[in-house]
Design a binder for this molecule. Structure first.
Ligand code: ADP
Ligand code: MG
Length: 571
């Protein structure tokens, strides 16, 4: 996993080297200050040569300026590195999520995914720039300071290091606890996000049932869980940082006392004493850095693990390596022995056989939950079938690339999804890059033109949350306009008008009928009136395809269809 993490640094090797080198030089400069001060005190002070002392101070000033510059480089470029890595990962994850199959989204909450794209990646970014070089420099500085302290006075150095293990113990123990706390925090914030997502997308349902208080209660649970987890982790952080502070002051005090004792006994010069005190403080800084890293490491790694979890999820449905890009399809469809279930134990479709001729309009009717939508969603390969085969123009759909297969199929559903943006952007979704004339033509054929012209901003009117609200009928017209632009040879209308009132439905039916001309059309309908003229009607029940034929034949045969028909029309 670590190796994989570092692979994200590869594009930024130069940046990394620059950052790293600056940090090393800054650390070396830092280490040389105490030595410089020591020699000023010991060598220059007794001579009382002011010009020399002044020159030494100018030298020190230059060193300070140099290390300030390096500090800037490390802070800015180091963060740039982290930000770039975060950007790359977010891009990669987003791209991957786009490719995942319907099954993945059936099983994963949107809120959890959002959390991965924002929160988790933020933590990974934090780790990426506080990460490797900080630790390396810290260890180097520690070793450097340690050597110099030994070099100045080994007895005092050894005494000092009697207490240091205590500090290390504190850091390690606290961080082990933090790892656990961080994991909990991630789970909890993801829950909060999922809850927000649920309640906000379902707000209309919530308010209709006036269940705001109930939603608030549910939210309060996840929100308090998150608060508890966060508080817990900050308790650990507070304990470790104050504990560290105390230990460091104790060590300083201890060195002051012992050093003074050595000075009095003539075993330590004043310069060495001052140098030693400065070194002790330098010594603490890397420990704080390592501590900070150990704090961000578990969060970052937990985030990275979750990032990899999604990234390593293979799409259930993907192009075969030898998949063919189909150029054109007529639309002869054949289902042969098709078996499919969302879960292993429950089959929704059991060896379904069905042939549809190119250009035919075929209607599916039957009780809800029978599997009509499922049957149609197998054609664009939203799900992979378990047994049997589906062919279009005699070619197995698995032998085609997903893009070319789906490029030949259009679906209009009951619920039309509008992207936030303009009307134009929403219509052009059917064919990105369509010309202005094509867009208007599609709008005209979908009978949307008049409405668009009535708007002051026309096609540039914003829709959705920040713009005009479209009625159900207008949304369907927009979906139809998209379809005219896409112009697919195969069309699926899945209860496209079921949510509309009968008058609007009748009007939209006309547009749909025009849309269906010259295409193989699969219509799922709830109201039988809308499908009477279909070339063939297929009755789907839990038992599978039980009847098929023309309207009159089915009514005459006295089966399920005639019963449904009688229920709706009373004849
Ligand atoms: P219809 O369109 O005929 O009303 P569907 O094809 O939507 O029926 O559903 C058929 C069966 O499959 C139902 O029992 C339904 O609960 C189940 N089902 C539909 N979609 C999913 C899904 N995404 N995940 C799991 N089960 C599903
Ligand atoms: Mg359905």
């Amino acid at each position: 996993m670590i190796r994989r993490f570092f692979s994200y640094y590869r594009p930024y090797t130069k940046l990394f080297v620059l950052d790293f080198a600056s940090a090393v030089v800054a650390a070396l400069l830092e280490l040389s200050f105490p030595l410089a001060v020591k020699s000023i005190v010991d060598n220059l002070l007794p001579g009382k040569d002011w010009s020399l002392i002044l020159w030494a101070c100018v030298g020190l000033l230059l060193m300070y300026l140099g290390s300030t510059g390096l500090q800037f480089v490390v802070t800015y470029w180091g963060h740039k590195l982290g930000i770039n890595i975060e950007y790359d990962m977010r891009r990669q994850l987003f791209g991957h999520i786009q490719k995942l199959s319907f099954r993945f989204f059936d099983n994963n909450k949107t809120g959890h995914l959002m959390s991965r794209l924002t929160n988790d990646l933020f933590e990974i970014g934090e780790m990426a720039h506080h990460g490797p070089e900080d630790v390396f420099i810290a260890v180097m500085t520690l070793l450097g300071a340690f050597t110099m302290m030994l070099f100045i006075n080994w007895k005092l150095a050894c005494l000092t290091f009697l207490i240091v293990p205590l500090l290390i113990w504190l850091v390690v123990v606290c961080n082990l606890k933090l790892v656990k706390a961080a994991k909990q925090m991630f789970t909890d914030i993801a829950d909060v996000n999922a809850q927000v997502e649920d309640s906000v997308t379902g707000i209309r349902v919530v308010q209709t049932f006036t269940n705001e208080a109930h939603e608030m209660d549910k939210f309060t649970v996840s929100n308090s869980n998150y608060r508890r987890a966060k508080l817990h982790s900050y308790r650990i952080i507070a304990f470790s940082s104050s504990g560290m502070y105390l230990l460091m002051r104790l060590i300083s005090l201890f060195v002051l006392l012992c050093g003074a004792w050595f000075v009095v006994r003539g075993q330590l010069s004043y310069g060495e004493f001052v140098g030693f005190l400065l070194l002790i403080n330098i010594f603490f800084k890397p420990i704080e850095k390592i501590n900070a890293f150990l704090e961000s490491y578990p969060k970052g790694m937990a985030g990275f693990k979750r990032f990899l979890e999604v990234l390593d999820t293979e799409p259930d449905v993907a192009d075969r390596p030898d998949a063919i890009e189909v150029r054109s399809l007529r639309g002869d469809i054949a289902f042969q022995g098709v078996t499919f279930g969302y879960e292993d134990h429950a089959k929704v479709l059991q060896s379904v056989d069905l042939t549809i001729r190119a250009g035919e309009t075929i209607a599916f009717v039957g009780p809800s939950g029978a599997g009509k939508t499922t049957l149609c969603s197998l054609l664009p390969r939203f799900y992979e079938i378990e047994a049997g085969s589906i062919t279009i123009d005699g070619m197995n759909i698995r032998a085609m690339t997903l893009a070319s297969l789906r490029g030949h199929i259009g679906i209009v559903q009951q619920e039309v999804f509008l992207f936030s943006g303009t009307l134009r952007e929403n219509i052009v979704y059917g064919k990105l890059g369509a010309t202005e004339a094509e867009i208007w033509d599609a709008a005209r054929r979908a009978r949307l033109e008049e409405f668009v012209r009535s708007l002051p901003l026309g096609l540039d009117t914003l829709v959705g949350d920040r713009g005009v609200k479209l009625s159900g009928g207008q949304k369907q017209r927009l979906a139809i306009a998209r379809m005219f632009l896409k112009n697919p040879p195969i069309l699926i209308l899945d209860e496209a008008t079921s949510a509309l009132d009968t008058e609007t439905e009748a009007a939209i039916q006309q547009s749909l009928a025009e849309l269906a001309v010259g295409r193989t059309t699969l219509v799922i309908a709830h109201r039988l009136a809308t499908i009477r003229s279909a070339d063939r009607i297929v009755v789907v029940t839990e038992q599978g395809v039980t009847e098929q034929g023309r309207h009159e034949e089915l009514v005459a045969s006295g089966g399920v269809y005639s019963r449904l028909h009688r229920a709706q029309f009373g004849t």
